[in-house]
Ligand binder design. Structure first.
Ligand SMILES: Cc1ncc(COP(=O)(O)O)c(C=O)c1O
Length: 453
């Protein structure tokens, strides 16, 4: 059913069916909570039909079967659905919502900028682009200095791969097994899942793969390579944490081979892993770092890479316009990024991620110890935690059960046996406990229902 009966007419008020202390303002009580639909059921029918006919028919069916609700509002760690039910967001937009949803300081900055100037006219200097790039350089490790701004993680990776090729005059890109770098052709070529690649072959030439976490495997692979691209912690590959010192050893090997080190921090950046950047765990300065997700505090889509000046100059000193983006570096995105970086520092969210991450990891490990037949392993760094199931089949029970208990969680893209827990860095100890209780309920239910698979 389309169109509802018009905004305002017969508008429903949703009451907060599941209010929690400290979960933000009473955000759901407004006349347009149902986006103008006459009832929650009408909205459900309209959205499903739109998805089925105009968005993605098979995905619409899968989402419907798994009981996916409609998100209508979000604040802090909480998302409210069209029935007014509150969910703790432990999927966190796969790492986007480092500051939580709708952070007031970022919204205020974006609002103020929108009133002034939203998108760049492109022919003049842009204040916010300069400021955001300067702040990013101040926060980034070592002498990383020059930024290219775009609109997503995959574009940041495309930019980094092109920069590496142009700077070195070499073509080979070394990447890791099970990596995830995005789905545009270049980034996809460096990613490691056959299902995502098969329909699009031939991909970009010259990608060589090495096992993740094994520095010695780089020795032969790096010969004549433009770059080694690596995630400090593999997120979509199943939350794989390399041994300490891995990036340091990779740095040394890249230097010896004359290859650049690209750290893909799209998911690990901005405090996610209990370090400002994942590279900081090893005290390593990469040549190029790619960023997105948390960069704008979950308000405006944004991506960027930041590179060492000499590397950037080797590629583009005489070619300032060969890699550009119309929307990249917009005033809105940069104002959001500036505000988000300030909140991250001022509220010490890096330390918060470390503390709450330890709680989450320990709690998930306790669940694993109780149900070893269902949970094979729990691993993570900071607030990026993976729960590896003994059998993929358990996930189909656990994730919907957690949702019913009011907690969102998600699979990792390249490894469907791993449930990732990735809440905002502002999550409280009580919220972590609630999510752990939902996880335990899901795991216990899966064991009871499905037995040993
Ligand atoms: C490490 C990493 N790189 C790149 C990407 C691609 O980002 P996007 O989905 O914004 O294109 C992702 C997305 O999950 C990621 O985790």
């Amino acid at each position: 059913m389309r169109g509802a009966s018009g905004r305002g007419s017969g508008a429903r008020r949703i009451s907060r069916a599941d209010p929690r202390p400290g979960d933000g303002a009473a955000v759901i009580e407004s006349n347009d909570a149902l986006y103008g639909a006459p009832s929650a059921r009408d909205l459900e029918a309209e959205v499903f039909e739109d998805y089925r006919r105009y968005v993605n028919p098979p995905l619409a069916r899968v989402m419907k079967l798994s009981g996916s609700p409609i998100e209508v509002r979000a604040q802090g760690c909480t998302i409210w659905d069209h029935n007014g039910k509150a969910y703790l967001d432990f999927a966190g937009g796969y790492g986007v919502f480092t500051l939580g949803h709708s952070h007031p300081r970022v919204i205020a900055a974006v609002r103020a900028q929108m009133e002034r100037l939203s998108l760049s006219g492109k022919t003049m200097f842009n204040v916010q682009l300069g400021r955001a790039s300067r702040r990013l350089a101040e926060l980034a490790p070592g002498d990383l200095a020059i930024s290219f701004w775009c609109n997503s993680g995959t574009e940041a990776v495309e930019g980094a791969i092109k920069l590496a090729r142009a700077a070195t005059g070499r073509a080979k890109i070394v990447a890791t097994l099970d990596a995830y770098h995005g789905k545009t052709l270049g980034a996809l070529s460096a990613s490691g899942r056959e299902t995502f690649q098969a329909p699009f072959r031939p991909l970009m030439d010259g990608v060589v793969r090495v096992p993740f976490g094994d520095a010695a495997a780089l020795d032969a692979a790096l010969t004549d390579a433009a770059a080694f691209i690596v995630e400090p912690v593999q997120g979509e590959g199943g939350v794989n944490v390399p041994p300490p010192g891995y990036l340091r050893a990779a740095r040394e090997r890249c230097d010896a081979a004359g290859a650049l080190l690209i750290a893909d921090e799209v998911q690990t950046g901005f405090g996610r892993c209990g370090y400002r950047f994942g590279c900081d765990r090893d005290g390593v300065v990469p040549d190029v770092m790619t960023l997105a997700k948390g960069l704008s505090g979950g308000i405006v889509p944004v991506g960027a890479y930041i590179a060492r000046t000499d590397v950037w100059n080797r590629a583009y000193a005489k070619l300032p316009l060969v890699h550009t983006s119309t929307f990249g570096g917009s005033e809105l995105a940069c104002a959001a990024a500036l505000a988000a970086m300030e909140v991250l520092e001022a509220d010490d969210l890096v330390a918060a991620a470390r503390e709450r991450g330890a709680q989450l990891l320990a709690g998930a490990r306790a669940v694993a110890a109780e149900f070893p037949a269902v949970v094979a392993d729990v691993r993570g760094l900071g607030l990026l935690v993976g729960v590896e199931l003994a059998n993929e089949g358990y996930g189909g029970w656990i994730i919907p059960e957690m949702l019913r208990a009011g907690v969102t969680a998600a699979w990792t893209l390249n490894q469907q046996r791993v449930i990732r827990l990735e809440p905002p860095l502002i999550v409280s100890a009580a919220e972590v406990d609630r999510a752990l209780a939902a996880l335990r309920k899901g795991v216990a239910g899966a064991y009871e229902k499905l037995g040993r698979l």
